[in-house]
Design a protein around this ligand. Structure first.
Ligand code: FAD
Length: 373
């Protein structure tokens, strides 16, 4: 079954994502048709449990193989297609059965809603425990006040998982997750932010001004949000490793094909070791990172701790993708720098994975903590 799903993802990526990727990069339009088509093919919610309408591919090892195929087709469209899964994770980690039945099936339907997961704030990114969006306890629920930024799909989100603190100044101990819906009084979707890459996967801001959320919108107990967030981050980092690998593999294949065809000084440039060794290094880095990602996923699927391995996989894969996309641009010469070349787009898209869900410095920090414990 998983092999059939991977083949379906590859065919969809090749036939329906690759041909439109550059046009979406230019227009920055939201890829609604591709999202709808992916839903039809069971590619939006393949990794959600069957009881909520998902495809039941709940093993991370299988899930990242599907994702790498999609991102090989186009990373930002793949991010849109899989955003529902990102929203679902905190609900699965922290939510009650009633909450899961309330919010997950819609993600698996024919028209998946735009959704968001909001942690980052203007004053707190890497240090997620320092968020200041406050959730003040009132009769029957909470009142949220604060501001989130750099949030995927923020300006169109129908609902968002929002991390806030019920005890400002206490760091991780007060962090609690809530589901906020478009239309809730005091909840405002803000501006879309222009970006370097991943341009059709929009990011923007969310504002909370005396926004009341009832008790049944709280995910998990008060103060449980941070551990839920770490649960989500570990999985998301392995997923992002797969995202990087898809981009890097696409760039490498493109560069190899070009190097075999393009001639300089009377022979194909692939004959020059300066060119071929650069692409060998790219392949080496990508394949090493893939092994790390699979190892992290296997530990996760075996129920073992895998935070350090997830950080290593994300770090290695995002840096491998940066190298591979740089190597592809270099190999293409001037033609890789022109906007109708996918190489320049892949370079811009790959950069995001060195930043979000924890920068490369933060990934090194996680590994160092384990190394020197
Ligand atoms: C397109 C995009 C989409 C995003 N989507 C989401 C989303 O959906 N939801 C969400 O919540 N967030 C999202 N983010 C935010 C992202 O996760 C943060 O940008 C990221 O965690 C880094 O935080 P920051 O930008 O505040 O950088 P900062 O934390 O200000 O870091 C700045 C620099 O300082 C370094 N640094 C910080 N602390 C240390 C340290 N202790 N040791 C060494 N170096 C350090 C960092 O590595 C970095 O180089 C998104 C970001 C982007 C760009």
């Amino acid at each position: 079954m998983i092999d059939e799903l991977i083949a379906r993802a590859r065919e969809f990526a090749e036939q329906e994502l690759r041909p439109v990727a550059l046009a979406y990069d230019e227009s920055e339009a939201f890829p609604r048709d591709e999202l709808r088509r992916a839903a039809e093919l069971g590619l939006t919610c393949y990794d959600l449990p069957e009881e909520y309408g998902g495809g039941g591919v709940t093993g991370l090892g299988d899930s990242i193989r599907v994702l790498e195929e999609l991102t090989w087709g186009d990373s930002p469209i793949a991010l849109v297609i899989t955003q529902g899964g990102f929203f679902a994770w905190p609900v699965l980690a922290l939510g009650t059965e009633e909450q899961k039945r309330r919010w997950l099936p819609a993600l698996c339907g024919p028209e998946p809603p735009a959704v968001a997961v909001a942690i980052t704030e203007p004053g707190a990114g890497s240090d997620a425990a320092a968020i200041t969006t406050a959730a003040e306890r009132v009769d029957g629920g909470y009142v949220l006040n604060g501001h989130k930024t750099f949030i995927g799909e923020a300006h169109i989100a129908e609902r968002a998982v929002v991390f806030a603190t019920v005890a400002p100044g206490t760091g991780a101990r007060g962090i609690t997750a809530f589901v906020v819906e478009h239309g809730d009084e005091g909840f405002r979707r803000g501006e879309r932010l222009p970006k370097l890459g991943s341009r059709c996967f929009p990011a923007g801001e969310l504002h909370f001004e005396n926004c009341f959320v009832a008790d049944d919108r709280r995910l998990g107990d008060e103060g449980r949000g941070f551990s839920g967030l770490m649960w989500v981050f570990d999985r998301a980092r392995v997923q992002l490793a797969a995202n990087s690998l898809g981009i890097g593999r696409a760039a490498l294949e493109h560069a190899v094909a070009h190097a075999k065809e393009r001639e300089a000084f009377g022979r194909p440039i692939a004959d020059y070791q300066a060119v071929s060794f650069r692409l060998v290094d790219a392949k080496l880095k990508l394949d090493q990172a893939r092994l790390l990602a699979r190892h992290a996923a296997r530990l996760c699927d075996d129920g073992q701790r895998f935070s350090t391995e997830a950080a290593m996989a994300k770090l290695a894969a995002s840096e491998a993708a940066m190298f591979a996309t740089w190597a592809a641009c270099q190999t293409l010469g001037g033609s890789g720098y022109i906007r109708d070349s996918p190489a320049q787009k892949w370079l811009r898209d790959a950069k995001l994975d060195e930043i979000w869900d924890g920068t490369s410095d933060i990934m090194r920090l996680i590994v160092a903590r384990n190394l020197f414990r």
